[in-house]
Design a protein around this ligand. Structure first.
Ligand code: ADP
Ligand code: MG
Length: 479
């Protein structure tokens, strides 16, 4: 009988911090510029060039670690990780190794209705490498714009048990980093990158199996798919009586396969040693407290509060809380028009349809003030929900007042019984068969009459009122 295995996954996620300049020099971090236009003697590792630590990067790194419930260590050490690669002109990457600035956190997220908590082993700061670009006029060339860009590496504990869970963790992590404004959540541009460590163990075994590391999975879908492929590969090897070699593997999305990149290097291969050009990093308590104050309510907590206190469905709470700009629009609109379910529906259907996001910011067609005013007009019975959509289409992308548009378009709900009564009477007279059916107890036929009124008033009548009027005129009393 084939053995059953448990999948064990731990993710290492690299997130680019949203600073204007690099980690150790004043070169710009701008994406997509002319190759090698954002470099300095420090980037190039020229002799005598000395690094100066970017304070903003430290602040953002601390904020991220706090959001992940990590302990912040007042004193930490930068280390050199030595290796040779063309995109690393210094011959080493400045990272943190033995003494990172933060450890022991966790991230909570929901998956299929259950709350999952995954450990964070450590969060440390490091610099990015450059980029090798192949096939330029038949050559390979190096772009160093990205070299020295500040990153945090978030090392997750091997607490994940399926590819779906790994993708959900990655999404939750993206949401948190986006919320606190330290990362733009852009996987395609590489500002958020994921390596997945995958192993199997026979069910019931405590000891972890040998793992393989899947490099640079740059979409949530690829995280899930690559792990599935790797689990299938390892299962086949173990079932055939083989053993897993620890190694680093690449995922090929176009073929749905993984292949060996290199056998796994051990830490000692990198000859880590403390960076002699940088003093120990000392994070003052005041900076930690200032950053703690900036973390604010995180998406997961907000989602739960919206469901329990505001009565949103979990699905609506998820959609509205994922991006901080959407969450802000929702809460700002609510402050002026405190009807959560209506506001949530409008944002999900009308507003998000025309929204455009750019990293941490998002452009909406309307402001919270316009939306609140529009919903207020519906509630006051000035216009119908259907008319509100027409008004929305007019004000979208402008800063015009819904109220002004309503009077300009001459929109008004016909909500006064006096003016609707003659029309109802006329319709009853014109449809004696239907009227008799209603009188005989077929309430459902009322819908036919209401529909006729809507047609005749171009949908501007208030349906509930019309319904009640017919009930009264046909002598069946209100529902
Ligand atoms: P290294 O120092 O080689 O990078 P770490 O012990 O720091 O190794 O672990 C790196 C990542 O690998 C972490 O995210 C961890 O959760 C994960 N990991 C470690 N061992 C296993 C294993 N046996 N199976 C799956 N993931 C693992
Ligand atoms: Mg590692």
């Amino acid at each position: 009988m084939a053995t059953s295995y448990e999948t064990v996954i731990g993710l290492e996620v690299h997130a680019q911090l949203l600073t204007a300049s690099k980690l150790f020099c004043s070169s710009s971090t701008e994406f997509g510029s002319t190759p090698n236009s954002h470099i300095s003697p420090v980037t190039l590792g020229l002799p005598g060039a000395l690094p100066v630590l970017n304070r903003r990067a430290v602040e953002m790194a601390v904020r991220a670690a706090l959001a992940l419930s990590c302990t912040i260590h007042e004193r930490s050490i930068f280390a050199r990780k030595n290796y040779f690669y063309p995109d690393l002109p210094k011959g080493y990457q400045v990272s943190q190794y033995e003494e990172p600035f933060s450890t022991d956190g966790h991230l909570e997220f929901e998956l299929e209705g259950a709350v999952r908590r995954v450990g964070i082993v450590r969060v440390h700061m490091e610099e990015d490498a450059g980029k090798n670009v192949h096939g330029v006029g038949g050559d390979s060339v190096v772009d160093l714009n990205r070299a020295g860009v500040p990153l945090i590496e978030i090392v997750g504990a091997p607490d994940l048990r399926s590819s779906g869970e790994a993708a959900a963790y990655m999404r939750a992590l993206r949401d948190v980093l986006l919320y606190i404004g330290v990362n733009d959540g852009n996987l395609e541009e590489g500002s958020l990158r994921c390596d997945a460590n995958v192993s199997l163990r026979p069910l019931g075994q405590v000891e972890l199996g040998t793992r393989c590391e899947l490099k640079n999975l740059n979409s949530f879908r690829f995280v899930q798919k690559a792990i599935d492929v790797e689990v299938a590969r390892q299962t086949a090897i173990l079932d055939a009586g083989g053993t897993i070699e620890q190694e680093t593997r690449a995922f090929h999305p176009e073929f749905g396969t993984t292949s060996t990149l290199r056998s796994k290097e051990d830490a000692h291969d990198y000859r880590y040693f403390p960076e002699p050009d940088l003093p120990p990093l000392v994070i003052p308590p005041a900076m930690i407290e200032a950053q703690r104050a900036l973390v604010g309510e995180l998406p997961f907590a907000r989602r739960q509060r919206w469901v329990s206190e505001l009565g949103l469905t979990p699905a609506a709470a998820l959609i509205l809380s994922q991006h901080p700009a959407v969450a802000r629009l929702f809460e700002d609109t609510l402050a002026a028009y405190p009807q959560p379910v209506q506001v949530a529906n409008w944002i999900q259907t009308e507003v998000l349809r025309g929204a455009r996001s750019h990293g941490t910011t998002m452009e909406f067609g309307v402001t919270s003030g316009q939306l609140a005013e529009l919903l207020g007009l519906v509630e006051a019975g000035t216009i119908s929900g259907k008319q509100a959509k027409e008004v929305f289409a007019v004000i979208e992308g402008t800063l015009r007042s819904p109220r002004a548009v309503v009077s300009e378009l001459g929109l008004r709900v016909v909500a006064d019984a006096g003016s609707l009564r003659p029309l109802c009477e006329e319709l009853i007279a014109a449809h004696p068969k239907e009227a008799a059916a209603v009188r005989a107890g077929k309430r459902g036929i009322l819908g036919f009459f209401v529909g006729q009124v809507m047609k005749r008033t171009n949908k501007s009548a208030e349906p509930k009122l019309v319904n009640d009027l017919f009930a009264e005129l046909l002598g069946i009393g209100p529902e």
